[in-house]
Ligand binder design. Structure first.
Ligand code: ZN
Length: 111
């Protein structure tokens, strides 16, 4: 019996569906068993790992480690960009300038 793997685009849940034919699951109007979203991506084993739009923020620490250990600098950079987003690297200067702006606003009030 063929098995089809899907990933929910909404909650990233991965699940498998066993059907007798492609037509059968196509007609079934599949939804995510977790959040009932219909935004599903068909996964093909092994190829799925290479998906360019990987959401690193939802990776487990084990998966992140495997990315680091892969030595793929591009992937590592992308991962940190996503994970760091408004957290690590960009947050320090951003917060600083915001504090400064608030400070000058409240103290001078020139505008
Ligand atoms: Zn879902």
């Amino acid at each position: 019996m063929p098995q089809y793997d899907f990933r929910c685009d909404a909650c990233q849940l991965r699940f498998s569906v066993n059907t007798r034919s492609y037509a059968e699951y196509d007609a079934a109007a599949l939804i995510c068993p977790e959040c009932e979203s219909a935004e599903l991506s068909r996964l093909i084993t092994d190829v799925a790992v290479r998906k360019p739009r990987r959401d690193y923020r939802k990776m487990s620490s084990g998966e992140m480690l495997s990315v680091l250990e892969s030595g793929d600098q591009q992937q590592v950079n992308r991962m940190f960009k996503q994970v760091g987003g408004d957290g690590a690297a960009s947050a320090a200067p951003a917060r600083k300038s915001r504090d400064a702006a608030q400070g000058s606003q409240s103290s001078t009030g020139s505008d």
